[in-house]
Design a protein around this ligand. Structure first.
Ligand code: GAR
Length: 208
């Protein structure tokens, strides 16, 4: 059962926002989801995710790093502007900036990230390209809670994607995104329903 008040979600995006779109569609289609997206924030004014948010009538925040003297000032402003929407949790859906402990402390065990590899392999901003260059036969998608280390926090779910002989970065990333579009909303739903129990690096999913 979902709690009576839906969990308020902030979604952070830097790119096209297909994961945001998948989340919005899951929320819209599932009466038991237990959450709602109340704000979409980006560090990039041209992020496609902002248009998707606008189209869905969701508030947006744009806060480019270059508008601030340093990262700390940028992050403080970003956090303050997100907090105006009183989110209970934050979803990083293709957000390509690192967030510090100061930011994360606002939502302990409630910042979730989707990453296009099977962590701990291929952390960082070029996970798909790095997997291809390494010649792995399997890569995939990881959804995890965010801690202060990049692409490191406790893992909620992972799913493998096969690498094909003729893959390039775009084709492989497309197939990984296809998986992410299921896995991220499913994990956010577990969070919204209060079903994630975190013990150190381990996340247990409480049965319904
Ligand atoms: C997704 O594949 C996500 O995993 C990746 O960016 C893409 C965003 O796609 N994130 C990272 O690489 C973070 N390290 P989208 O804008 O279409 O949702």
């Amino acid at each position: 059962m979902s709690p009576s008040a839906p969990m308020r979600l902030a979604v952070l995006v830097s790119g096209s926002g297909t994961n945001l779109a998948a989340l919005l569609s899951a929320v819209a289609q599932d009466p038991d989801f237990g959450g709602e997206v109340v704000v979409v924030a980006s560090d990039r004014p041209d992020a496609g995710g902002l248009q998707r948010a606008d189209d869905a009538g969701i508030a947006t925040v744009v806060e480019p790093l270059a508008d601030h003297p340093d990262r700390a000032a940028w992050e403080t402003t970003l956090r303050r502007r997100i907090e105006e929407h009183r989110p209970d949790a934050v979803v990083l859906a293709g957000f390509m900036r690192i967030l510090s402990g100061a930011f994360l402390s606002g939502w302990p065990d409630r910042v979730i990230n989707t990453h296009p590899s099977i962590l701990p392999a291929f952390r960082g901003a070029h996970a798909v390209r790095d997997a291809l260059e390494h010649g792995v036969r399997l890569t995939g998608s990881t959804v995890h809670l965010v801690d202060e280390e990049v692409d490191h926090g406790p893992i909620i779910a992972q799913r493998a994607v096969e690498v094909r002989e003729d893959d390039d970065e775009t084709s492989l990333h497309e197939r990984i995104k296809h998986v992410e579009h299921e896995l991220l909303p499913a994990c956010v739903k577990l969070l919204c329903q209060g079903r994630l129990e975190v013990a150190g690096r381990h996340v247990r999913v409480r049965p319904t």
